[in-house]
Ligand binder design. Structure first.
Ligand code: NAP
Length: 294
């Protein structure tokens, strides 16, 4: 068997296209959603990521509001900026790029964001809304995982789902979303006994571990849908070169699974697309407009 390759780039482009259509509809009513991105310091990876967000925000027709601050910015100054963005009616979504410099308490900054503008979905109010089945802004990468799984398995009800990883930003929210889809969910982590056996139960296996190619082909149930969240940079085949691999041993898994996301080109591209979907959702919800199906 050779697994279906779940193409995250195509699905992300489709989702951004739907967001753009809805933004154009809002424009005809004189509304332009605004997404504010705050970058503190000069972490090169964050800089690249923020650049892509800005480009794609503008591409779907939203206003991109950028605040690039020096690494020396104080916590109070950043909290004051967040308060100003909370109060600004032109701003529908606020994203503070992580990691923040060590002298700033990231948790303090994230809880200062208005939950209704929290397009990352990390505020405890949104975590609680998700856990209790209330409408919420759902973290982007987990949302992307479930959107991709549903491209090949539209109805997840009753399926066995195993999520390897229990971080607040990926593992736990993915598990909540799968539970909301009525899957039977197991969350595995570093203390799980006999992880290969737990993984073999899965109709849907989500790997969010951060360990290159840890999940082997023989851990995968034949025909399972595998969503690989891992992004790990390892030594390349040529000296001095590097390459990206996931948390799943792709070459082995592709021979067993029914469908699988590649790395790169799987979950990765979905994150920004889901961020834009969240910004649109926040813009509609704040104005009491119906939320478009995306
Ligand atoms: P994290 O905070 O480091 O969490 C990793 C999780 O994996 C933890 O819950 C840990 O368990 C578990 N784990 C570690 N070693 C394990 C082992 N040997 N067996 C079983 N479980 C193990 O990582 P994260 O932020 O969730 O990110 C996970 C991966 O996704 C990373 O590769 C990251 O780069 C990637 N990622 C991608 C995107 C994207 O595509 N846009 C976004 C975010 C993250 P314990 O809790 O027991 O320690």
């Amino acid at each position: 068997m050779t697994a279906i390759r779940i193409d995250g780039a195509t699905e992300a482009a489709r989702l951004r296209g739907r967001v753009a259509e809805e933004v154009a509809r809002l424009a005809s009513a004189g509304i332009q959603p605004g997404l504010a991105v705050v970058l503190v310091g000069d972490d090169p990876a964050s800089g690249v990521y923020v650049g892509s967000k800005k480009r794609l925000t503008v591409e779907v027709g939203m206003r991109s509001i950028d605040h690039v601050l020096p690494a020396s910015t104080g916590e109070r100054e950043l909290l004051d900026l967040v308060a100003a963005l909370n109060a600004d009616p032109e701003v529908d979504g606020i994203l503070v790029q992580l990691p923040l410099p060590a002298h700033i308490d990231a948790a303090k900054v994230l809880v200062a964001i208005d939950p209704d503008k929290d397009v990352d979905g990390f505020h405890p109010v949104n975590v609680g809304r998700l856990a209790t089945g209330m409408p919420s802004l759902v973290p982007c990468t987990p949302q992307g995982c479930v959107r991709l799984a549903k491209t090949v398995l539209p109805d997840l009800a009753g399926l066995e789902a195993v999520v390897v990883g229990r971080s607040n930003i990926v593992g736990k929210p993915v598990a909540q979303l799968l539970l909301a889809e009525s899957a039977t969910v197991t969350i595995a982590h570093s203390r799980t006994r006999d992880l290969p056996e737990v993984c073999r139960r899965a109709d849907i296996l989500v790997a969010a571990v951060g360990r290159p190619e840890m999940i082997r082909g023989e851990w995968i149930r034949p025909g399972a849908v595998v969503i690989d969240v891992g992004i790990n940079r390892v030594a390349g085949r040529e000296p001095g070169k590097t390459r990206l691999v996931g948390d799943v041993a792709y070459a082995e898994a592709v021979a067993v699974a029914g469908a699988i996301t590649p790395v790169p080109g799987g979950v990765g591209p979905m994150t920004i697309a889901c961020l834009l979907a969240n910004a649109l959702q926040a813009a509609c919800a704040r104005r009491g407009l119906p939320l478009p199906a995306l």
